[in-house]
Design a protein around this ligand. Structure first.
Ligand SMILES: Cc1ncc(COP(=O)(O)O)c(C=O)c1O
Length: 311
C-alpha cells in the first residue's frame, strides 16, 4: 500500500501514524464492522468517485442491518471523502470507508459500544492485476461455500463476514490460482472473494442473484445496465456449477477488480481461453464509465471539487 499522510477518523483528519484504535475495540474481537470499497478515477472533469452515492447508501444499509447507527449524515461522509482525497493529492485512488464498534463493554452484545468511522485513501492497482484485466485470470471453485443468509447477512458488507472470502482466497492462492469462485450452500454459483460473476453462453449473459447469497455489487449493477444498454440479453438467475464449464465467456466485476475476465475455471479453458467479444464490449464501456468518458453514464462520476486557492 502506498500510505498517504492523512486519514479521516471520527470527524477529523489525523496523520497516518495517529489513526489508531484500542486493543479492546469490539470489531477487532467479533468482526462488528461494515465497510465499503470505492474508487476515484481521473476523468476529463477532474478526479471523480465512481457511483459514490450508491456506495454511501450501501454503507448505511449494511450498518443498519447490524443495528449500527452512523453518527454522520450521508452528505457528511461524502464531504469527508472528498476532503480526504483532496488532501491526499491523489488523482485516482482506492477509498476505504469503515464503520466499526469501538472499545466498550466486552462480550457479544455490541449495542453499547461506540460506533466509530474512518475513511482512508490510497493508490491501489486492480485487485486481480492489469494482466488479469487484459487476458483473464485462472479461477477454481472453492471448497468453501459462500456464507448463506440464514447464518449471516450476505447482502451486508460486514467485516467479520470476510473470513469466508479470506479462506477461499488463501486456498486458491496456495493451489496456484488467481481467484476463487464460491458456490452457495445449495451448490449454485455465487461469486468470487470480492467480485460478482457473469457467464455468457450463446450470446446471452447470466449472473447469480441474492438467492445465491451474493453481495449486491455496485459494479454488478453497472455491468448489467451497460450490457442491456448494448442490447445484450441478461438474466439474473441461479447459475449451476457446470454452466461455468459450458460458458463461452466468464467475467467478474467489483470495485477492487473492476471488470476482469476469467480465462480458465478448474483447469478447463473458458471458451477459447481468451476473453470473448461480449466481455470485451461490456468492459470497454465499463472502463469508459469509470474514467468519465461515457456521456451516457456521466452521473455515475461524483466529481471531487478542487479546493479554492488559499490567498
Ligand atoms: C464479496 C464481494 N462480492 C462482490 C463485490 C463487488 O461489489 P462492488 O461491485 O460493489 O465493489 C465485493 C466488493 O465489494 C465483495 O467484497
Amino acid at each position: 500500500m502506498n500510505h498517504v499522510g492523512l486519514i479521516w477518523m471520527n470527524g477529523e483528519h489525523v496523520p497516518y501514524e495517529d489513526a489508531k484504535v484500542h486493543v479492546l475495540t469490539h470489531a477487532l474481537h467479533y468482526g462488528t464492522g461494515v465497510f465499503e470499497g470505492v474508487r476515484a478515477y481521473e476523468t476529463p472533469r477532474g478526479t471523480a468517485v465512481f457511483r459514490h452515492q450508491d456506495h454511501i447508501e450501501r454503507l448505511f444499509r449494511s450498518a443498519a442491518m447490524y443495528f449500527m447507527e452512523i453518527p454522520y449524515t450521508r452528505e457528511e461522509i461524502r464531504q469527508a471523502t472528498h476532503e480526504t482525497i483532496q488532501r491526499s493529492g491523489l488523482k485516482s485512488c482506492y477509498i476505504r470507508p469503515l464503520v466499526f464498534r469501538g472499545a466498550g463493554p466486552m462480550g457479544l452484545y455490541p449495542l453499547d459500544c461506540p460506533v466509530e468511522v474512518a475513511i482512508a485513501v490510497w493508490e491501489w492497482g486492480s485487485y486481480l492485476g492489469d494482466e488479469g484485466k487484459q487476458h483473464g485470470v485462472r479461477a477454481r471453485v472453492s471448497s468453501w461455500r459462500r456464507l448463506p443468509s440464514d447464518v449471516v447477512i450476505p447482502a451486508a458488507k460486514a467485516t467479520g463476514q470476510y473470513l469466508n472470502s479470506v479462506l477461499a482466497k488463501i486456498e486458491a492462492d496456495k493451489a496456484g490460482y488467481e481467484e476463487a469462485i464460491l458456490l452457495d450452500t445449495h451448490g449454485y454459483v455465487s461469486e468470487g472473494t470480492g467480485e460478482n460473476l457473469f457467464i455468457v453462453k450463446d450470446g446471452k449473459i447470466a449472473t447469480p442473484t441474492y438467492l445465491s447469497s451474493v453481495l449486491g455489487g455496485i459494479n454488478r449493477a453497472a455491468a448489467i445496465q451497460i450490457a442491456r444498454d448494448l442490447g445484450f440479453e441478461l438474466q439474473e438467475r441461479q447459475v449451476a456449477r457446470d454452466e461455468l464449464y459450458l460458458a463461452d465467456e466468464i467475467f467478474m466485476t467489483g470495485t477492487a477488480a473492476e471488470l476482469t475476465p476469467v480465462r480458465e475455471v478448474d483447469d478447463r479453458p473458458v471458451g477459447t481461453g481468451e476473453p470473448g467479444e461480449i466481455t470485451r464490449a461490456v468492459q470497454r464501456v465499463f472502463e469508459d464509465a469509470l474514467h468519465g468518458r461515457a456521456e451516457r453514464y456521466a452521473d455515475w462520476n461524483d466529481v471531487v471539487p478542487v479546493p479554492a486557492p488559499t490567498p
